[in-house]
Ligand binder design. Structure first.
Ligand SMILES: Nc1ncnc2c1ncn2[C@@H]1O[C@H](COP(=O)(O)OP(=O)(O)OP(=O)(O)O)[C@@H](O)[C@H]1O
Ligand SMILES: [Mg+2]
Length: 152
């Protein structure tokens, strides 16, 4: 018996400015269904950042030419599954370009999304499946409970 407790909850989205919103709604519904309300806020934040990045990646013209013929460069997808106490969130886009964690200066306009993911996720990374594009994934878990006063 594996630790995987739920099936994948897959959502395909058009590359559109409203897609992060629909992705957040999807994540909320799935986590409510799993009674993981403790992770909804964090998961929605991380989802917004990863889906926004996926959409931006599509805006680069090379994403389309890089995409394998059998994947749709006009779509991205997200899915969620849980492994034990952890939630795994994955976002696929058609670009083969990897995400790059930057350390933004105070006056930099961007470069904060992955910093946030790095801060909130237990782990994150990416891989490029043979079928095309890439998947940026992260794992989320509830923070460990603080010891009650006087019990430490
Ligand atoms: N899905 C992706 N595909 C290709 N490149 C990516 C992807 N995600 C991130 N990157 C690269 O990593 C960099 C850092 O991403 P990050 O989300 O931290 O910053 P940003 O998107 O540039 O700005 P912000 O998220 O603060 O609006 C991006 O500028 C981009 O070059
Ligand atoms: Mg970003």
């Amino acid at each position: 018996m594996t630790d995987v407790t739920t099936g994948k909850h897959h959502l395909e989205l058009s590359v559109f400015p409203t897609s992060p919103y629909y992705a957040r709604v999807h994540v909320q519904r799935v986590l409510e269904g799993w009674r993981r309300d403790d992770l909804i806020e964090t998961a929605q934040l991380v989802t917004s950042e990863l889906v926004s990045n996926a959409i931006k990646a599509h805006a680069s013209s090379s994403a389309v030419t890089e995409a394998a013929a059998h994947v749709s460069p006009e779509h991205i997808w997200i899915d969620l599954y849980s492994v034990g106490e952890e939630i795994v969130l994955r976002v696929w886009d058609a670009s083969r370009t990897p995400p790059l964690l930057r350390v933004p200066d105070l006056d930099d306009e961007g470069g904060r999304g992955l910093c946030l993911v790095d801060l909130l996720a237990r782990n994150w990374g990416y891989h490029r499946p043979a079928s095309g594009g890439k998947i940026v994934w992260c794992t989320l878990a509830a923070p460990p409970a603080l010891p009650e006063e006087g019990t430490a």
